[in-house]
Each structure stands twice: as C-alpha cells, then as structure tokens.
Design a protein around this ligand. Structure first.
Ligand SMILES: [Zn+2]
Length: 308
C-alpha cells in the first residue's frame, strides 16, 4: 500500500446487500459475493454521515467497508472544550499537536462500531473551516493522494466508492475530497470502475433535500439526477432486536468523537441517509442491480419485524 497506513483490520463475513429502491424504501437482497465499499472522506468524523448504512453493510449483510481519511483532523478546535476536558487536556499547551492523534483514535473506535475493515490515514493538513474547494487543492500533496487512491481502487476492486455530497454549503474539504475520489474512479478502466455515490444525512421533517447536479466549475462531480437515488432510514430495526434501530449505532459513533465540538449536537437530528449517484461509474450501477437481485430473506425478516 505504499505509505498508506493500515491501522485497523477486521475480518469480513460472507454475504452483502444492495438497496434497490426507486421510491426510497430499502430493499435488501442476498448476494453471492460480498459488496466492497470504499468510503473517502476529509475528516475523522465524516463517516457518521452514513454510519447506519455502513453498519448495515458490514453487520447486517456481511459486506466489507474500508475508509480513507484525507486530512489529519487538526482543524475545528473552537468547540472542543468539553472533549478536551474529558480527555484531561484542558489548557494543555500541546493540544494542537495532540488533537490529530486523539481524533485518529476516535475515528478508529467509531470504525470498530461500524465494522470498518481498514482505515487509511493520508495525513494532509487540516487547515480549518472553509467553503472553498480550492483550499485543499492548494494545501495538499495532490499527486501523492491521487496515487494512493488509484492504487487502492486497483488493488481492492471496490464495487462502490462513497463520499460526502459536495454541495455548495458543505465544507470545502468535503468538496475537494469528493472531486479527488471521483477523479480516481474516472481514471480506472471502464470495466473495473466502481460506482460512486455522494451521501448526506437529513430528516424529511427538516425541509426539502438539496437538489444537486454538480459543483459549480467541477463537471467531474456531475450526478445522474438532482435528487437522491435511494436512502436508508436510520429507524430501520436492528436484526438482533427489532425493538432497537440503527439510530443507536449513529449515536454510538457520534459519542466516540468527543473532541469534535458542535458535531456532537447532531445527535438525533437526522433520520435518513440519502445517496446521490454520480455520473462517473454510472455503468457499474446496472451490474450492481443485476448482481444483488430481488429482495430476499433479510428483507422479509425486516418487514416481519416492523409489522410486529
Ligand atoms: Zn468533515
């Protein structure tokens, strides 16, 4: 893996899942080959945006999820006081230096909850909040990041790459990372190119979802539709106990990121994880539908649990 750091490995079971849901309901299938997913994000708490879906893939249906974290997570200290107090670091002169290490541990603990197999830390400067996607392009070692992403895609043969949806109002680093992930996918030969989707957590009660066609000036981020193609409801019951649902997993994940300040306020706010399909890798989606087929026993089990 070159300089990529493989810091956490978990065995994966067989089996996988894929949702086929034009009207945003979830349909699970029983596949013959595990689904392999690569999540590519900027910061060590970004995986929370799709934590319930990822948990479902790894725990409910036996798929494999790896995660690339591009920055070192040193930014965003304004609201970290409660977390620093918890860790006994309040007023410590070494906080700025300790934060990336602390956040690496936090994301690994969160990853253990979700069932992430490998974490890859690319350790680029986290220059703090910006809306400008060019900041990452200016600050990071782009040739090296591109090489690592392409190497990973070539070696692992992922079915699907996930990024955060690069809407205008999101962090500039999220936009930059989405562009780099899409670029890496586009560089793959057509027959080996993964499908790519952008995710955003939201609640139907919280108002209209964003319409996203592409990020201005970056046509590589074009989607096949302004609306999401599917969603996962975090209130979907857990397979082990139908009285409990996937929102518990999201809460566990958020609770691991104690140093992230305002992010902690996301607790319970979003009920769904929405996914937009990018045009890059579009040809792979047809194959995925065919591969995962019609809803199987897992779906019926869920339906039964919900009816009960
Ligand atoms: Zn972020």
């Amino acid at each position: 893996m070159g300089r990529l750091l493989q810091l956490l490995t978990r065995a994966s079971a067989s089996g996988a899942w894929w949702p086929g849901c034009p009207e945003f309901s979830l349909a699970d299938a029983v596949p013959s080959v595990p689904l392999k997913v690569l999540l590519v994000v900027a910061h060590p708490d970004d995986e929370s945006e799709c934590a319930a879906t990822l948990y479902r893939i790894t725990h409910g249906l036996g798929g494999v999820v790896d995660q690339v974290i591009v920055t070192n997570g040193a930014g965003g200290q304004h609201f970290s006081a409660p977390g620093l107090e918890y860790y006994g670091l309040s007023g410590s002169p070494g906080v700025a230096k300790a934060l990336p290490r602390l956040r690496r541990r936090e994301v690994m603990r969160a990853g253990q909850i979700i069932g992430i197999r490998n974490h890859y830390f690319l350790e680029q400067d986290d220059t703090g909040f910006t809306l400008d996607p060019a900041e990452g392009l200016r600050s990071w070692n782009l040739p090296w990041i591109r090489r690592q992403l392409q190497h990973l895609l070539q070696c692992e043969g992922y079915d699907l790459v996930l990024t955060l949806l690069p809407t205008r109002d999101t962090h500039g680093h999220h936009k930059t990372v989405a562009m780099l992930a899409l670029e890496a996918a586009a560089a793959m030969p057509c027959d080996a190119r993964p499908a790519v989707a952008g995710v955003r957590a939201a609640s139907p009660a919280g108002g209209a979802l964003p319409v996203f066609h592409e990020l201005d000036g970056f046509p590589g981020t074009r989607t096949t539709s302004g609306a999401p193609v599917w969603a996962f409801d975090r209130r979907t019951p857990l397979l082990r106990n139908a009285a409990l649902d996937h929102s518990i997993i999201v809460h566990w994940v958020i609770a691991e990121h104690k140093s992230q300040g305002m992010f902690q306020m996301e607790y319970g706010r979003n009920t769904h994880e929405y996914f937009w399909q990018f045009a890059t890798g579009q040809e792979r989606w047809d194959g995925l539908w065919q591969r995962f087929g019609e809803p199987g026993p897992v779906d019926r089990q869920l339906a039964g649990a919900e009816a009960a």
